[in-house]
Design a protein around this ligand. Structure first.
Ligand SMILES: [Ca+2]
Length: 305
């Protein structure tokens, strides 16, 4: 509630950052800071709240607060969850799709913020002054809350460049494919972050069996264990990587290949359950654009100057 009040009162773009202090429990302060340590480019507020991945975090994923909220203007905000560094097994040797093999250990060495939701049409419009989404207009009165779609990888780069111009405390970009899968799995090694039961996909995703052939407002299904919504289904999510085969060795912070195709993950409203798994990969050209391609942003603190 505190955050909403603060956002509504904001006249200029304001960064609200929720940080967890081990053992401190809940509390809050309104101290303007720049988390990167350098000069703050915009007013910022720190509120002590729960963070994910901590032993004494007793909240459920659905209760979990965003760790970072960015105001884009006109009451439009973008929420992020802090993803802590760690290792996981990327890919799947059990899959029937060859490009998911070999399963290999990946280490993510740095924390990053990942969008709690897919980028919505309202967020895209707040940055770009228009939305290319197909699902808008009188037939879709809730379009502002639906994920933006009909965006190519190239178009996402334009959006991110403008977002970076607008908010200059953080660097915004697409997730790497490894970051995406790490966050999607949320500690799980199964096909899905919730286990192996494909019948449960509908609890977590808008996909071919329940979408009625269209996108739906973000956050309408269950989040994963790290509080991230719609990692499966609704819209595919572009990753920054050039697509290519996986290495047969342990690797840290992979960024993909020099391929001229790009990775897209998670499946969409028209995908079958097999394609909304944690490890399923698709690759497209950067100018591919359709009504089931969208994005989710990463935010990282800028280095201290
Ligand atoms: Ca998605």
């Amino acid at each position: 509630m505190t955050s909403l009040k603060l956002v509504k009162k904001s006249v200029v773009p304001v960064i609200l950052v929720w940080f967890f202090f081990a053992g401190a429990g809940k509390g809050q302060s309104n101290v303007a800071v720049n988390p990167a340590g350098g000069p703050a480019a915009a007013p910022a507020t720190v509120v002590v709240e729960n963070a994910i991945g901590k032993d004494n975090d007793k909240t459920t994923p659905a209760e979990r607060k965003a760790n970072l909220v960015i105001t884009l203007g006109d009451g439009v905000t973008m929420e992020f969850v802090l993803v802590q560094p760690g290792s996981f097994i990327m890919g799947s040797d059990r899959s029937r799709f060859p490009d998911e093999k070999p399963a290999h250990r990946v280490t993510i060495t740095k924390p990053f913020y990942l969008g709690k939701f897919e980028v919505t049409q309202a967020q895209w419009e707040a940055v770009m002054s228009n939305t290319p989404g197909i699902y808008k207009g009188p037939l879709y009165p809730d379009s502002a809350k639906r994920p933006v779609e009909n965006v190519s990888w190239d178009y996402c780069q334009v959006f991110l460049a403008r977002l970076n111009e607008k908010i200059n405390i953080y660097k915004f970009r697409l997730p790497t494919e490894a970051e995406w899968e790490y966050a999607c799995r949320a500690g799980s090694t199964d096909e899905y972050s919730f286990g192996t039961n494909a019948d449960a996909v509908g609890d977590y995703a808008w996909y071919s069996n329940n979408s009625s052939g269209q996108t739906h407002p973000v956050g309408g299904k269950k989040p994963n264990a790290w509080g991230l919504y719609d990692m499966y289904g609704n819209v595919w999510e572009w990753c920054s990587d050039g697509y290519g085969p996986y290495p047969a060795r342990d690797i840290s912070d992979p960024t993909g290949t020099n391929s001229n195709t790009r990775v897209i993950r998670g499946g969409a409203w028209n995908s079958v359950a097999e394609h909304v798994s944690s490890s399923y990969r698709e690759n497209l050209t950067p100018d591919d654009c359709f009504r089931y391609y969208g994005l989710r942003c990463v935010a990282v603190s800028k280095p201290v100057r």
